[in-house]
Design a protein around this ligand. Structure first.
Ligand code: 5AD
Ligand code: SF4
Length: 467
């Protein structure tokens, strides 16, 4: 076997030559992709890969991709173009590189990715990445595509994170508890890229969180495309909803704060609302996408709720937890959206008062019903509506931040800040908070008084380490 062939194949190279193999994983898109990327890093670690500091040093490069809007997909193809050049350069230097495209673009476009970028070795969808070791071996013989929805979920096959990997991830961790979506909003690719709704069992989730907590994690964000539709199997075999899961997670020793994302307004059950009243560790913030304030548009989007239902849900949650902060997602320029529809969206934003929100221009996604809908909105109108909505959201965000000055919060410190002697953490509302504090407070919930507002963060003063 020539040396160059050994190096072509990083999986085989290490045992024979003790060459240190390096992996570089880059994630795009949502928090679930961040979580998946961590699990892929765990798989790579088991296969003997260490993390590469820079992409140029990596024998294995994984792009964990997003497909939600057209721009997200195009960004990935341009990134792949650059990686092809890097791969060529490394080959000239006698180094092999395996290039993997994972995530939702992989699922949606499959073999098309190989056609557009032949430098890609492996295309693997979000439900199949536990097969990475075998796919990398198959890729020695030529490019491979794995974009099926296997009957058995991937979670049972994933290796547990090593303690060093947990420590590197810090004090706040994501844990996917539910995947896929059965809602079929007419603009959205998720039901096609992530498949039908599947929930992990309570036992599996609690085991993973107990390991994270033992490794120093204090805050857990439970993730799912439709997380409040969670219905995992409980210890007694019966289905448990998200409220039950939250109660179980908050009882894990070491876990001080629990969040969840993303929810659908139609699945905001009474017991979940009660959990916001009763469970101390459950953070008083909720990401509840509404997409539009117009009933006509909501109907066309197949959202299955009206604007008034959303406002009613917000009121019910606020009655249970008055200090809760809402955030949301909006789409402007959905096919057929009139000026009056858009005004209804602004009206809803004013009525709720959001702590933050994301607004997107509608992007037609191939294969979704809305992509072929008549009366697509022109780019200039979308741009104008986006600017107006974003200005209103920004105004509300600044008002929310200003209102926190003088209040005392529990801040979970995560890491050193930019300045010497400073730490950065998050408020219960997800705001970044800077304060002078010793590094011994990393991983500690401290009581902090907010003393000032910066454009993207708050300044705080530690009153006392709380727990
Ligand atoms: N165009 C624009 N935004 C979209 N989103 C989902 N699909 C599209 C699309 N086709 C937005 C929704 C969703 C968020 C994650 O992305 O607002 O809540
Ligand atoms: Fe997409 Fe969310 Fe609608 Fe599911 S509920 S189809 S993930 S926008």
């Amino acid at each position: 076997m020539s040396e160059s062939i050994v190096l072509e194949d990083p999986l085989r190279a290490a045992p024979a030559r003790q060459v240190e193999k390096r992996v570089f994983i880059k994630s795009f898109g949502c928090q679930m992709n961040v979580y998946d990327a961590e699990r892929m890093a765990d798989i790579a670690a088991e296969e003997g890969f260490r993390e590469a500091r820079a992409v140029e040093d990596a024998d294995l490069i994984v792009l964990n991709t997003c497909h939600i809007r057209e721009r997200a997909s195009e960004k990935i193809y341009s990134e792949l173009g650059k990686l092809r050049e890097l791969k060529d350069e490394r080959r000239r230097a006698g180094q092999g590189t395996t290039l993997v495209v994972a995530g939702c673009l992989a699922q949606a476009e499959g073999v098309e990715i190989l056609r557009r970028q032949p430098a890609v070795d492996v295309v693997v969808g979000p439900q199949s990445f536990h097969r990475l070791p075998e796919l990398l071996r198959e890729a020695r013989l030529g490019p491979v595509v794995a974009a099926d929805f296997p009957a058995e979920g991937k979670f049972v096959h994933l290796p547990a994170a090593a303690p060093e990997a947990i420590a590197r991830r810090g004090v706040s961790a994501f844990v996917t508890v539910q995947e896929g979506c059965d809602k079929f909003c007419s603009f959205c690719v998720v039901p096609y890229t992530r498949g039908a709704e599947v929930s992990r069992s309570v036992g599996a989730v609690i085991d993973e969180i107990a390991r994270l907590a033992a490794g120093g994690v204090r805050e857990i964000t439970l993730l799912g495309q439709n997380v409040n539709a969670y219905h995992g199997q409980g210890e007694d075999g019966r289905a448990v909803g998200l409220a039950g899961l939250i109660r179980a997670v908050s009882a894990v020793p070491g876990i001080a704060r629990v969040r969840y994302a993303t929810s659908h307004p139609g699945d905001m059950s009474d017991d979940l609302i009660e959990a916001h009243r009763d469970v101390e560790a459950l953070a008083p913030s909720m990401h509840l996408p509404v997409q539009s304030g117009s009933d006509r548009v909501l109907r066309a989007m197949n959202r299955r709720h009206r604007a008034a239902d959303y406002l009613d849900t917000v009121a019910r949650v606020r009655a249970a937890r008055p200090d809760i902060a809402f955030s949301s997602d909006f789409i402007v320029g959905y096919p057929g959206e009139t000026d009056a529809d858009f005004e209804a969206t602004l009206e809803l934003v004013r009525a709720v008062g959001f702590a933050s929100a994301y607004a997107f221009k509608y992007s037609a996604r191939p294969g979704t019903p809305a992509a072929d809908a008549p009366r697509q909105i022109d780019a200039a109108t979308k741009e104008r509506r986006l600017a107006r909505l974003q200005a209103l959201i920004e105004e509300q965000l600044q008002a929310f931040n200003r209102a926190t000055v003088g209040r005392r919060f529990e801040v979970l410190f995560e890491k050193p800040g930019r300045r010497e002697g400073q730490l950065i953490g998050r408020s219960p509302y997800m705001q970044a908070v800077f304060a002078d504090a010793p590094t011994s407070l990393i991983g500690v919930m401290a009581e902090v008084e907010i003393v000032g507002v910066e454009p993207h963060s708050l300044r705080g003063r530690v009153v006392s380490p709380a727990s």
